[in-house]
Design a protein around this ligand. Structure first.
Ligand code: GLU
Length: 281
């Protein structure tokens, strides 16, 4: 890891932050501050249907209340779709992407018909229907205005990347990657011009992030991220995937299960130092 690490906290404003987010943010912040490095805040709001400005507003207030400061301006991903487009264009120009016109229902039907379709970290693997479309058919569908996602042609991407992939996990050494378990991953959705996987790797490279600190739930994604980094010639950060904070019921904290938000704790007049201690980082 770099002597002066650049770390980041990159929440998606789809709800209010809870203690699990505080844990993650504090780990990244401590790593930066103790190593004389930089701590960045990035708002990952590419999904315009789920992200809301009031959540972004609460994120900055919650972090400031916890006593976290960040370096430089906050990067807000929704302002940078053109940059993600350029990365997609680069992959497409090398024949590594293809348009996928399938609806969710069509994919579900195909997967059911296959029977035991293999599953990846994001669900059942795409059976590759649109990868096999003839060029004329593909062109006709695009010309007719049929909406499409962009998928990575995994076999072509692995061939282009060359040898085996791995990453440095702090305290664990180099771990092997298996990006193929994602199948032909979606890099741009019909309703969102770029995917999490593309934007996060693009921005970590652009912002010079040298240590990615995030929850263990995102560990599988790193396999795909390393592939994108190699394909795009982006530098390789080190990783620290931390255990997720669990609630009193032993289950992971989640916005959707109504985990108590930092905002509520702040409004209730709780002591920020006590909340930091609860976040255990
Ligand atoms: N935006 C992602 C999330 O909130 C985290 C991205 C990352 O840390 O790589 O789940």
């Amino acid at each position: 890891m770099a002597a002066r690490p650049t770390t980041r906290f990159a929440p998606s404003p789809t709800g209010y932050l809870h203690l699990g987010h505080a844990h993650s943010a504090l780990l990244a912040w401590h790593a930066a501050r103790e190593g004389g490095g930089r701590f960045l805040l990035r708002i990952e709001d590419i999904d315009r249907t789920r992200c809301r400005p009031e959540f972004t507003d609460a994120i900055t207030k919650d972090l400031a209340w916890l006593g976290l400061d960040w370096d430089g301006p906050v990067r807000v991903q929704s302002a940078h779709f053109r940059e993600y487009r350029a990365a997609l264009d680069s992959l497409a120009s090398r024949g590594l992407l293809y348009p996928c016109f399938c609806t969710r229902a069509e994919i579900a039907r195909e997967v059911a018909a296959i029977g035991a379709a293999p599953h990846g970290p994001d669900g059942p693997l795409y059976p590759g229907t649109c990868r096999r479309l003839l060029p004329a058919e593909r062109a006709a569908r695009i010309a007719s205005g049929q909406p499409y996602a962009l998928r990575l042609d995994m076999a072509a991407a692995l061939a282009a990347a060359g040898g085996p992939l791995s990453y440095e996990e702090l305290g664990q050494g180099r771990l092997r990657c298996d990006p193929a378990r994602f199948g032909d991953a979606v890099l741009a959705r019909k309703d969102t011009p770029a995917s999490y996987h593309l934007c996060v790797t693009h921005d970590d490279a652009l912002q010079g992030v040298t240590l990615v600190t995030r929850g263990d739930d995102l560990r599988p994604a790193t396999d795909l991220h390393r592939l994108l980094q190699v394909l795009m010639g982006w530098p390789e950060p080190a990783y620290r995937h931390h255990a997720l904070l669990l609630g009193p019921d032993g289950r992971r904290l989640a916005k959707r299960d109504g985990a108590r938000s930092l905002r509520e704790m702040r409004a209730a007049g709780m002591d920020a130092a006590a909340v930091r201690a609860m976040a255990g980082a």
